[in-house]
Design a protein around this ligand. Structure first.
Ligand code: ZN
Ligand code: ZN
Length: 369
């Protein structure tokens, strides 16, 4: 069959919407009609060639929701007509990490930047060339063949347009606070970056009982939106925030959650921690610039921890359904996160808005033209 998809054929060129050939689903694979796809900064990083191992041509998009239109052989637990959320990290259910309840490290994610499915299959083609799909998904395509291990079947009471951002932004941010940092009641939390991930880190920290949640972001409209998600204060730079945070109880924050991949922010975050504090890094960035350069002795004497968190350290096959129940109970905000929607053809505008801070989370609705 044919599908329209936003693809990257060369680094540092705009997303281009092209028509591709799409194979039928093979064993363990399903054909999805994507309904909605979030716009995440990681796709922009791939476009700029910052992740050197990314194979082109590639269909973008790694958070999305859709409807199962066909299933291949030996697919269990997914049937035609099901609604699914696709996570950018698959969970195969039988590697060491999945068995240990750590599917955020699933071995099957190894080909995410190559874009082939398990077994090395490419399902998108054009003029004899194989097109990979970001994170084995390619949510910027109207239709896609994906592995069953990337799909989470969900009940149909919540619109798919609402669910797309559960594939990356929501679990990544929420889980950075709840699962990785393990924020405790009364903690003081600083969240650097108030985009799709950072605002969800605020929601997670608020649920965990943080006494203060201080957001740092240069964009005024994001600081204005942050209290909806639990933020108690905001600053436009780490320089501005530092004195205030250091003046707080115990001389700093219990936790700093880094959701913006900008050089220098990790050091600035560590400087705001109290003794025994933890920096949780949830953002990707330019590996050439987004680095740590600091003396290690103060970390020792201050008992400071630094940890990374992939997909919010979420075991998505259980955590997703907890998030859905919180949404149903009115205790997790999803609709408020999506400040702007776009057609597939407007994708470059969507990324421009992301980069200039004009949206909190932008979402492509494939059904609109
Ligand atoms: Zn993402
Ligand atoms: Zn696995």
């Amino acid at each position: 069959m044919k599908t329209n998809a936003a693809v990257l054929e060369a680094f540092n060129t705009p997303w281009r919407v092209v028509e591709l050939d799409l194979d039928a689903p093979g064993e363990g694979e399903v054909l999805l009609e994507f309904i909605a796809s979030g716009l995440c900064h990681s796709d922009e990083s791939i476009r700029k060639g910052l992740f050197g191992s990314a194979r082109l041509p590639m269909i973008g998009g790694h958070e999305g929701s859709g409807i199962v239109r066909a299933v291949g052989k030996n697919v269990r637990g997914i049937k035609e007509g099901d609604h699914v959320v696709c996570s950018f990290r698959p969970s195969c259910g039988h590697c060491d990490y999945c068995n240990a309840g750590k599917s955020y490290l699933c071995n099957e994610s190894a080909n995410s930047l190559i874009g082939c499915l398990p077994g090395g299959h490419f399902r998108f083609h054009k003029d004899g060339v194989d097109y990979g799909a970001n994170s084995m998904l390619g949510t910027f395509s109207q239709f896609a063949v994906v592995s069953e291990i990337s799909c989470l079947v969900v009940d149909k009471d919540i619109p798919l347009e609402t669910l797309a951002i559960l594939g990356c932004a929501v679990p990544t941010g929420w889980g950075a606070a709840v699962n990785a940092a393990q924020v405790r009641p009364g903690d003081i939390v600083v969240v650097i970056g108030a985009g799709g991930v950072g605002l969800n880190a605020c929601q997670g920290a608020a649920h965990a009982g943080a006494a203060q949640i201080i957001v740092v972001d240069p964009v005024a409209s994001k600081l204005e939106a942050a209290p909806i998600f639990g933020a108690t204060g905001g600053f436009t730079s780490t320089d501005e925030a530092k004195d205030y945070v250091k003046s707080l109880r115990q001389g700093g924050a219990d936790h700093v959650i880094l959701s913006a991949g900008v050089g220098g922010l990790a050091e600035a975050g560590i400087a705001m921690l109290r003794k025994g504090g933890v920096l949780t890094v949830a953002a990707l960035g330019d590996p050439a610039k987004y680095r740590l350069d600091l003396a290690l002795s103060p970390l020792v004497m201050g008992n400071i921890s630094i940890r990374g968190s992939a997909l919010g350290t979420s075991h998505i096959r259980t955590d997703l359904y907890k998030l859905l129940d919180l949404y149903r109970a009115g205790r997790l905000k999803l609709d408020e996160l999506v400040s702007q929607t776009y057609t597939l053809n407007e994708i470059n505008t969507g990324f421009d808005d992301l980069l200039s801070g004009r949206n909190l989370r932008g979402v492509i609705l494939h059904g609109t033209h």
